[in-house]
Ligand binder design. Sequence first.
Ligand code: PAF
Length: 278
Amino acid sequence: MAWRQFAQSARDQGRRVGLVPTMGALHDGHLSLVRRARHNGDVVVLTSFVNPRQFSDPRDLAKYPHAPEADAALAAATGVDAFVTPTLREMWPDYPAPTLTTVSVTELGDRLEGETRPGHFDGVASVVAKLFTVTGPCRAYFGQKDYQQLVVVRRMVSDLAFDVEVVGCVTQRAVDGLALSSRNARLSAQGLTAATSLSRALHAARDSHVVASGRRTLMRDVMRSAGVDVAYADVVDVLTLQPLSDEDRGVGRALVAGVVEGVRLIDNEEIDLSVSGG
Ligand code: PAF
């Protein structure tokens, strides 16, 4: 994998390497990670690999958008130093047979997204571990939109002592609040309108002053009334992802997931429970 040498020679010249792992179908959310890495002065390595091991539903994998030419053009235009598209054989030589070595961040990976997507975070942690190993010491940029993924990756880095500084970056949104996602491309105009209810639900929860259970109900109601098939609407501890109780005060994280026109969407927001009652 040629980017191993590329990253090493950047470090040999005294530069920091900034890794931006993606699954392609690049949008401004990804490019904001590249811009942050460039702002930090890193030599930016952008990887694009649609990792089959993190899709529990093969239909979801088959529908995942691909835009290799547009991705290469966007990567060049945003000033990426190396745009890397590893092959399936390089990443998972045994595929479709299971790999013998898997990274599993238990508990953190089993809740929320993990409940309906068994093995998803094992697939994410395993591929990210491999990307980190090949890249070597670096800063790695992840969007807060995939908040659970960010928590899982941070925990893996800490537990396995990867020489990687994980940088969590603010979610990029359309003007109507919809979090940017490669999956949005699969929605009709009507679906896109329904999808905005995820961020509206989060804002309603953020701005209300009720206890955690009340905020959960509020988020569900907002999404349901927009026709979203709600998967979850939770308020959790920022590190353990365990549900907060009505007695908890302080800062938590609200996470929502729902299905619109067969497309699973997620979003999240910081929640301050310090002024909560009722
Ligand atoms: O967030 C993503 O695009 C993927 O989960 C990642 C981190 C590139 C691993 O495949």
